[in-house]
Design a protein around this ligand. Sequence first.
Ligand code: UGA
Length: 431
Amino acid sequence: MKIMVIGLGYVGSVVAAGLASEGNQVTGVDIDLDKIKSLRENIVMIKEPGLQDMIVQASGSGNLVFSHTSEIDFIRDPVIFVCVDTPYLQNAGCDVSQVYNTIEWIKQKVEVQQPILVMKSTVVPGTGEKIIQNYLCTEGDGISYVMNPEFLREGQALWDWAHPDRTVIGSNDENAIKTISSLYSKIEAPFVITDVTTAEMIKYAANAYLATRISFINEIAMLCERFNADIDIVARGMGLDQRIGLSYLRAGIGYGGSCFPKDTRALHDICNRNGIDFELLDAVISINNKQCNSAINKLKDKLGSLQRRRIAVLGLSFKPDTDDVRESPALKIIRLLYEEGADITAYDPLAIENAAGQLPADIKYTDKALNAVDNAHAVLVVTAWREFVDMDWATVKSLMSDPYVVIDGRNCLDYTYLRKLGFYYSGFGRK
Ligand code: UGA
């Protein structure tokens, strides 16, 4: 099938490469000319494991080409995926201006009978119906609308693309549902076929629920600290109950990234605007907001004042296997440490460039984790990169200064071993 994918960010790049590698003829379109030029040279600016190879292969087979918006005179692809950003704006909620601009552009360019517009961007419930009424229902346009939310985790997006737990397709148009379902027919996963607004709600409900699990386990971790219980064992003991499950029960400094913080706030925002009191969601957000402060307090418990204390921050991205620092707890923690007068050295395998632009100029960065910990009073592990888990912690100990503090913001280190080595170790809710 001929498909256009508009917006080549984290989601659009994976969607374009995924559809092309399944044999469709895909044109990836973006308004950023530099991005298009790089992609044409097989340079993928996004750091997503496996994506570069997939794009190289799909481009090589001729199934994937890239175009700048200015190069498109008309659209003759019967299926058009919209994967543009919908950022959260303070006090204004989910900003859909890029979605509307894209739809206006599609309407001007489209020259095919009854094309299908597939919305991958996350939009708040009710948006699709507004788009249908205000933008697509004008006479002669005949554009069908489908809401097809994505459930791609950064760092594992290619796996998630090929092995989704479900495919959600929301539309009022039977033919569009058939066509879009057929695109996913090679992927083994149950379909949830529904209307547009329900599909939008599924996306928000899923992200808000996952965020809720994280805030819930973080509160249980706090109780574990108080009553001397162990959160790892509590999470396992809970999660082995099939009604609960083991995932998203890792306690620590909380969720970050471009999705959970934005989506929980946007949902909170539409509730407010509609006079709905979603108390549980308010609690989820405020619990998450306090997790980074909790990490700082753990440091202070051992070090007292942080003034001029040498602190190594390991990890800048919001999670491992990505260079994405959007809403990364690392940035918040570094700013808090900075306000306390700490002397900060940071390291991340991929995200230094992205983080440095957003942090005070006198933060130091190193190109190796061991250089960051050299002479440090404390190490704060903020992102659970495998590299930090597997690090030679005996060497770390030999490089650091007394009192050898390790704050494990992701509960990812072997604390029995670290304590044996002589570290003062503190995680979240770990004994
Ligand atoms: C999330 C969802 O998992 C995807 O299904 C969804 O498609 C995506 O948002 C989106 O809306 O586009 P993502 O933000 O890439 O994906 O990352 P996650 O792996 O879900 O992690 C989010 C944050 O929660 C990270 O900061 C992670 O460290 C944290 N987390 C995750 C925990 O603190 N504890 C856990 O147990 C799990």
